[in-house]
Design a protein. Structure first.
Ligand SMILES: Nc1ncnc2c1ncn2[C@@H]1O[C@H](COP(=O)(O)OP(=O)(O)OP(=O)(O)O)[C@@H](O)[C@H]1O
Ligand SMILES: [Mg+2]
Length: 227
């Protein structure tokens, strides 16, 4: 088994049959010991965070499969904290697609002059470049097309998939009285060229609240998988 990439929260291995294996780690993103799903640095290590992330990711990917959403998911091994997935090619060096239902995080840091914290946003989709050096800058549909990263047609596909997936996740969370503020997704292309959802869907890539109080990734996984 060859390690292809050592990430902030997961390591990526290539299996003999060509599939990839994602190893979930106990590292979570944040700043100065405070969890922040939008952060670009490992903020802390939380025992059980890897397990929790994999459990929730598995639950959500299984739900998406039932809804016929194309994803990279093949299988999970909770004891090994690993997930077997279909390999995908990134758009450029990778994009993140965010869907916002309420104003928080980087949206507020950028648009705070015009938006209030927690203000309702109507499934607002935005794309950012995965570029740690430049702090993951937001990028427009036109810039993506001009720079040869993503065509206009593919942008629309990505946007619609993001809304469909985020709405499904939002609905699942709402069943447990949890409100989704925002969520970050990643997509890639499989070897047939289809756009598929990749990476993970866990507490580490979303902001959620219950009774107005933020819920951390481990608590979220507990609520969703046991309550
Ligand atoms: N099916 C897939 N095919 C190829 N790459 C994938 C797939 N699923 C996830 N990845 C990539 O594997 C990596 C997982 O590692 P991790 O999430 O720790 O990365 P990271 O350190 O957060 O860095 P990044 O900023 O690239 O996400 C990510 O770069 C993600 O894009
Ligand atoms: Mg990541």
């Amino acid at each position: 088994m060859k390690r292809l990439y050592e990430g902030k929260t997961k390591d990526v291995y290539e299996l003999d049959n060509g599939n990839y294996l994602l190893k979930f780690k106990d590292d979570v993103t944040g700043d100065a010991g405070v969890f922040d799903p939008g952060a670009n640095t490992v903020g802390m290590t939380l025992e059980g965070a890897g397990q929790a992330g994999l459990k929730l990711t598995t639950l959500f990917f299984e739900i998406l499969k039932e809804r016929n959403i194309p994803t990279h998911f093949i299988a999970s091994d909770l004891d090994e904290t690993t997930m077997t997935v279909i390999p995908a090619d990134a758009f450029g060096d990778g994009l993140e697609v965010i869907c916002r239902y309420r104003a928080a995080g980087s949206f507020l840091r950028r648009y705070g002059k015009y938006a209030e914290e927690g203000q309702e946003l109507d499934k607002f989709v935005e794309v950012t470049l995965k570029d740690d050096e430049r702090n993951d800058p937001p990028i427009s549909r036109d810039a993506l097309s001009m720079l040869g990263i993503l065509s206009g047609g593919d942008y629309e596909t990505l946007k619609q998939l993001t809304i469909d997936i985020s709405d499904i996740i939002k609905e699942e969370l709402a069943r447990k009285n949890i409100e989704l503020y925002d969520i970050k997704l990643e997509f890639g292309r499989d070897k047939e060229g289809n756009i598929i959802l990749i990476d993970e869907i866990s507490g580490g890539n979303m902001r959620v609240c219950r009774d107005g109080k933020a819920i951390d990734p481990i608590e979220l996984a507990n609520i969703m998988t046991t309550e």
